[in-house]
Design a binder for this molecule. Structure first.
Ligand SMILES: Cc1cc2nc3c(=O)[nH]c(=O)nc-3n(C[C@H](O)[C@H](O)[C@H](O)COP(=O)(O)OP(=O)(O)OC[C@H]3O[C@@H](n4cnc5c(N)ncnc54)[C@H](O)[C@@H]3O)c2cc1C
Length: 380
């Protein structure tokens, strides 16, 4: 089977790898390069966790973890580091329930234990705390490189800096016009992040996607080596103040608010202005609750993500077009699993029932995009 994968970020790279390893004739395009800083996958680290409210998300993360470890073993490239994840506050009970239901190891902590594993944090006595050892970080660029390496080893043609411009689906497949040639394929996989609708709208497949920007800041610890700090899922104040965090070994501790405000979601994907009031608000929170970090972030950055009306991904197929979209700001942890399912769709296989929540025709996609002013992101 001939497949063109359009967009080589967290969703496209593992799809291309899986399809190439299954013996298909794969062409991979990315308009901005592999990796690149314009999409959502090309820089820094991402938080990995099994912690999710829904049991099917816990299982999806488990499958992803298996595939991350397999990729790491086969390429020798570090794509995941197991540092654990610390849950604090209101998130402890629902995550514990999901872990118990799925048989995931975890342990509850007292304030003294919290201070030991995360000395920069000021623990509050009596506050719920729980640790899960499989949480940690994913390394973005090494992940993309590892996938591409295996895809190329199995004959994939990888063309960075080539843009798909138009799709022309027909009875026997799809013709992809790029900025330099045309490619005939049986299937096109559109994993183009916030740009998906540029290709999908003209063929009548417009998706209810809301692209925009999220912001994170880096803080440096005052206690020297902080490279073993766990990732963090924090809900000790209201939902509006929910935070997530992860260590960037050698880069400092990265933190962000785990909600985004759709009404302020900046849609110009080229300009990327930072939001100083948000940075300030985060710095104040860190000063109060993480006194072991130096005051003020030393770096703040933002990147693109894409929201959907019901806060679920879109993973489905229509005719010769497979779509992986709507990353909801937390697709990296699931990337290898999503890639394997997108590859299944390209092969016209039926996905397990648990993946129905990501289908194109689901009622949740008919909702309006601004249904919630605030949506959980990255720590949903
Ligand atoms: C600051 C930040 C923090 C995050 N934190 C976390 C986290 O802690 N944990 C987590 O799991 N996730 C996190 N995420 C989310 C995660 O990184 C994204 O969900 C994921 O990277 C999105 O991958 P994608 O493949 O859907 O899209 P993208 O990475 O945007 O990839 C789309 C690719 O398509 C290419 N493209 C677009 N149009 C075309 C075209 N016409 N032709 C060819 N190529 C095209 C683009 O160049 C791009 O490379 C975070 C995201 C950001 C920005």
């Amino acid at each position: 089977m001939r497949v063109v994968v359009i967009g080589c970020g967290a969703m496209g790279a593992p799809t291309a790898q899986t399809l190439a390893e299954r013996g298909h004739d794969v062409t991979v395009l990315d308009r901005f390069g592999i990796p690149n800083l314009k999409g959502g996958s090309g820089f820094g680290l991402r938080s990995f966790r099994l912690s999710h409210h829904a049991r099917e998300d816990v299982r999806l993360a488990l499958r992803s973890l298996e595939l991350y470890l397999d990729l790491q073993r086969r390429t020798g490239i570090e794509v995941y580091r197991r540092l654990g994840i610390l849950h604090l506050g209101a998130v402890v009970d629902p995550m514990t329930a999901a872990f118990v239901a799925e048989g995931i190891p975890h342990r509850h902590l007292g304030a003294a234990d919290v201070a030991t594993i995360f000395p920069e944090l000021r623990p509050r006595y009596g506050e719920a705390a729980m640790f899960q050892p499989d949480g940690g970080v994913n390394f973005c660029v090494p992940f993309l490189k590892a996938c591409v390496k295996l895809a190329v080893a199995r004959g994939a043609q990888v063309s960075p800096k080539e843009r798909a411009v138009t799709l022309a689906p027909h009875a026997n497949g799809v013709r992809v016009f790029t900025d330099r040639r045309r490619i005939d394929a049986d299937v096109a996989v559109v994993t183009a992040g916030p740009w998906a609708n540029e290709l999908l709208t003209p063929i009548g497949m417009a998706l209810p996607l809301q692209p925009g920007i999220v912001q994170v800041s880096y803080f440096r610890g005052a206690f020297g080596d902080d490279t073993t700090r766990p990732s963090l899922m924090e809900r000790t104040r209201g939902a509006e103040e929910a935070m997530y965090g992860l260590i960037g070994p050698g880069q400092g501790y990265k933190m962000g608010f785990a909600v985004i405000d759709r009404t302020k979601f900046f849609q110009d994907l080229t300009a990327r202005p930072l939001d100083p009031p948000q940075e300030q608000r985060l710095a104040e929170r860190v000063r109060e609750d993480f006194p072991g970090f130096h005051t003020g972030p030393f770096q703040t950055e933002c990147g693109v993500i894409t929201l959907t009306p019901d806060d679920h991904f879109i993973i489905d197929r229509k005719g010769p077009i497979v779509v992986g979209a709507g990353c909801m700001g937390h697709a990296f942890k699931f990337a290898p699993a999503l890639g394997s399912y997108l590859a299944d769709l390209a092969e016209d296989r039926t996905l397990p029932g648990e993946m129905d929540r990501f289908r194109l025709g689901r009622p949740g996609l008919a909702g309006t995009l601004s249904r919630h002013a605030k949506v959980p992101v990255s720590s949903s």
